[in-house]
Write a protein that binds this ligand. Sequence first.
Ligand code: ATP
Ligand code: MG
Length: 346
Amino acid sequence: MTFRQISFYISACFALVVFGILLFFLQEWKRAAMAGAVFFVVSYLIISTILEKTINDRIHNLYKLITNLKLGKDLKEALGPYRPENPIAEAEQEVSAWANQKISEIGRLKDQAKFRKEFLSNTLHEFKTPLFAVQGYIESLQDGMLEDDPAMAMNFLTKASRNIDRLSYLINDLDEIGKLESGAVVLNIERFDINDLINDTIEYLEDRSSTANIKLKMANKTTQQIFVKADKKKIQQVLINLVENSIKYGKSGGTTTIRTSPLFEQILVEVTDNGHGIEEKNLARVFERFYRTDKSRSRDIGGSGLGLSIVKHIVEAHQQSVHVRSTEGIGTTFSFTLQKAKTAAG
Ligand SMILES: Nc1ncnc2c1ncn2[C@@H]1O[C@H](COP(=O)(O)OP(=O)(O)OP(=O)(O)O)[C@@H](O)[C@H]1O
Ligand SMILES: [Mg+2]
């Protein structure tokens, strides 16, 4: 209800009462009606002025304050001298919209705080293991192992060095994720042949795959050229992480197949293995940082659970998408899209 309507109804009630009293005493309805009408007009003017001046102005100020808070100070002036037709209803609407916005902001902040806490404890956990191992090896060396058993001492030095390497990989991975998340990474987009890059990646990982007795192959004809537009180095990182996983979580004697297929405006790249697979309940979480399935932990395969998180960030920084499908005991396929380069110039 607007203030004018409120004033109208209150004045009408008063006027009716005055009309009734006068009619009772004067017994002349014409004069009583005239007096009632005059009373109605006067009281309407007085009540509406009072309401307007006292309540309306205050609510209007409140409304302005809320709107400014919502819009941010810069837009304060843009609001201008706007006076809402029905300030009570509009203020109510603004307050409830504002409250909803605050509730979702608080929820987001709580999620972020929880995420930061988890992230910190995961990071500490991942750092502690290699750090304590190095500490142990160094203490043994200090306790006279260098003189007593030089061969064992050499072995311990190698192990310590491996753990230091692990720490430095961890720092690099975390640094990479941090940069990708903050948007500080500028993609160096170029036109290149994705099949060529896949062949390079296979060559790069061949030693590791033959040690694990896993065959790496391309499903397409290796000579076929498929041009895409992307950051070549970063996409190679994606391919390495996915193929490395297929080796780490594959079965001895297995095969990893990499396939590229053209879509409408994109190229689909699929990395398929016939390894142990991922349980359905874990599928949605494998892209989370530090997430490792119980199986990979219990089989004690090295890794910190950052590889797929980096994959997802890189692919999404290209405005493309990455997916996983897997059947336990049969195998896993990770797929991602890339933007097709349309002409020779890209
Ligand atoms: N091809 C795959 N087959 C089965 N499980 C997989 C496969 N790829 C990933 N996983 C599961 O997903 C988890 C997360 O993979 P991710 O690459 O992020 O981490 P990681 O390989 O454990 O460590 P990092 O890559 O940081 O060295 C793995 O620990 C593993 O449990
Ligand atoms: Mg990995």
